[in-house]
Design a protein around this ligand. Structure first.
Ligand SMILES: C[S@@+](CC[C@H](N)C(=O)[O-])C[C@H]1O[C@@H](n2cnc3c(N)ncnc32)[C@H](O)[C@@H]1O
Length: 258
């Protein structure tokens, strides 16, 4: 049982995420993005995917936790060719002040920035991202919500050889802070309780976009997922939207141009 391996397989779909980043940047800026910083990178899966996409792509991954960076180095970066490996760097620093600048793209995915609970601190983070971007750089974030996001629930999803369990253990409506956990259970019945713990604030989309604009971004647009007519589920296609659907739970992208 390796919690990072299980997390990567259950939670992340970096191919779809990087597809979205490539296509959206090209359509907004009429040029390809080359320099990408993955904030809160964890095992740096997205940064590795970026490197694999093009021989001129360069990536930096930033995370506070040296242990998770080492795991990424030993399990993801080792899979790169030498030429690819030369174009990626993992940095053990705080995203609030990491000093990695001149970026075409900064990513803050899997809601990691929800860890900043005060408005001033979030704006400080957004400002530092804006200052790290090139003149036409773009910041990509994701967010989740819906009326089930504020519920205390436990949901199971079957994965290849194990079960992924997402628990929203507590939610305080007064400050919108919540405690979430990820648990895993192998098909053989071995349990890994609280493999990951997240204490964060459930921010709303208008709060996030307002803070991005206050931080100085020129735009802060929501890209909402379309619906598959047959299944009624999300179709994986995210388009710029002004009106979303009142789904029980949703995930969207936020795209902020400098
Ligand atoms: C939810 S994980 C995200 C992992 C990966 N980026 C993903 O998309 O799945 C959050 C990560 O943020 C890191 N982190 C939390 N606060 C941070 C900070 N202020 N600066 C840098 N990294 C931070 C944690 O160490 C953890 O690895």
């Amino acid at each position: 049982m390796d919690k990072h391996f299980l997390y990567q397989n259950a939670v992340q779909c970096v191919e779809a995420e990087i597809d979205f980043v490539e296509v959206t940047f090209q359509s907004l800026k009429s040029r390809p993005a080359r320099r990408l910083r993955e904030d809160f990178c964890g095992t740096a899966q997205s940064a590795c995917e970026w490197i694999r996409r093009h021989a001129e792509n360069i990536a930096w991954g930033v995370d506070l936790d040296a242990e998770v960076l080492l795991w990424g180095e030993n399990n993801n970066l080792v899979e790169l060719t030498q030429q690819q490996y030369n174009r990626i760097e993992l940095i053990n620093r705080n995203v609030l002040d990491c000093g990695i600048v001149n970026m075409d793209v900064v990513l803050a995915m899997n809601f990691s920035y929800f860890i900043f609970m005060e408005r001033d601190l979030m704006i400080q983070y957004f400002k530092s991202v804006k200052d790290s971007l090139t003149a036409d750089g773009v910041f990509f974030l994701d967010a989740f919500g819906g009326y089930e996001a504020a519920k205390e629930v436990k949901e199971e999803r079957a994965c290849d050889g194990f079960t992924y369990i997402w628990e929203q253990a507590s939610f305080n409506p007064i400050n919108s802070q919540m405690q979430c956990y990820i648990h895993f259970k192998t098909d053989e019945g071995v349990k890994m309780n609280r493999a990951f713990s997240y204490y964060w604030r459930l921010w709303t989309l208008p709060e996030i976009t307002e803070m991005l604009l206050i931080a100085g971004f020129a735009t802060a647009e929501i890209y909402w997922e379309g619906t598959d007519n047959e299944t009624g589920e999300g179709d994986g296609v995210f388009t710029q939207s002004k009106i979303g659907t009142a789904d029980a739970s949703w995930v969207c992208y936020i795209v902020a141009e400098k």
